[in-house]
Design a protein around this ligand. Structure first.
Ligand SMILES: [Mn+2]
Length: 296
């Protein structure tokens, strides 16, 4: 099966969410939340990320995660990740309780393709304090892709992780996961990166981007937001409307895409040092805002 077919199939099977100019969305992906060990790339950014998702929650945003949220290649069990980043999951649960949480699976959390796995591992957790089972993401659905459809203009935005355009990481994800566990994770400590990951291999990254762009051109220039490659992308009106929200495992920052007031913007959050030596988590606009209607 080709990249084109996989993306088309994901599009065809995607659920549609309606939105309008008053809707607010934050898109993050590739958090690779781990167990807080040396190999947990998310751990460096956990405070920045937590502050950002708190901010968006208070501002009334819907949270969309475009895959690879949980690092389930390096870690065998969600439970270890949950324990390491409990505050994050409690905040995501608040979104879920208000129907403001939309989750898409990627290659590192492809096990979430299976609804019974999701129910068993994400539905509830064990609370050792009072030795009871507590609700977490009750009845949550994980998607391969989602479509946002504007209530008035009918404009569509396609949301997908992007490994559909990466045959090794889509078709052979179990092999890729196995190699990460036995080979690349130990080598990572020595500074040797997994060459099959587009996030760490520039040539692969360019190929994945090119295949997604080709699919966009074949599909009426459908505005598409993906993750997977970790490289933030922002298209100007008139260009192929391919967007990528980057990742939450950049060395000192997280990047994401916001939609508010009918406009799209690429942002980053990082820790800035102020004149008096105190540290502050700040949001910086990288690209945009640009009106969504200019991409129709
Ligand atoms: Mn990925």
């Amino acid at each position: 099966m080709s990249s084109n077919t996989r993306l088309s199939r994901a599009y065809k099977n995607a659920q549609t969410l309606l939105f309008d100019d008053s809707s607010k969305f934050i898109f993050f992906s590739d958090c690779h939340r781990g167990d807080n060990s040396f190999a947990d790339d998310f751990a460096n950014n956990r405070n920045v990320y937590f502050h950002a998702i708190r901010h968006y929650y208070k501002e009334g945003f819907q949270y969309c995660e475009l895959g690879d949220g949980d690092e389930l290649w390096e870690n065998l069990h969600f439970e270890d990740i949950f324990e390491a980043h409990k505050n994050v999951y409690q905040q995501l649960r608040e979104y879920h309780l208000q129907n403001r949480l939309h989750m898409i699976w990627g290659n590192h959390d492809m096990v979430y393709k299976d609804p019974s796995y999701v129910k068993n591992h994400l539905g509830s957790y064990f609370e050792p304090i009072d030795e009871s089972k507590k609700e977490l993401f009750k009845d949550i659905t994980y998607h391969e892709a989602l479509i946002l459809k504007h209530r008035h203009s009918g404009q569509q935005i396609f949301l997908v992780h992007g490994h559909q355009a990466d045959w090794w990481n889509y078709t052979f994800w179990r092999w890729a996961r196995f190699l990460v566990r036995v080979l690349w994770k130990p080598l990572q400590v020595w500074g040797i990166a997994d060459p099959t990951s587009p996030a760490k291999n520039y040539k692969e990254l360019i190929k994945v981007e090119r295949r997604i762009k080709k699919w966009i051109l074949n599909n009426n220039k459908l505005l598409t937001i993906a993750g997977h490659t970790h490289r933030p992308r922002f298209a100007s009106p008139g260009e192929i409307p391919f967007f990528n929200d980057g990742s939450c495992v950049h060395p000192r920052s997280i990047t994401g895409i916001e939609i508010t007031n009918g406009a799209i913007v690429l942002i980053k959050w990082h820790i800035a040092t102020k004149e008096d030596g105190t540290l502050q988590v700040v949001r910086v606009v990288l690209e945009g805002p640009k009106d969504l209607k200019d991409y129709i």
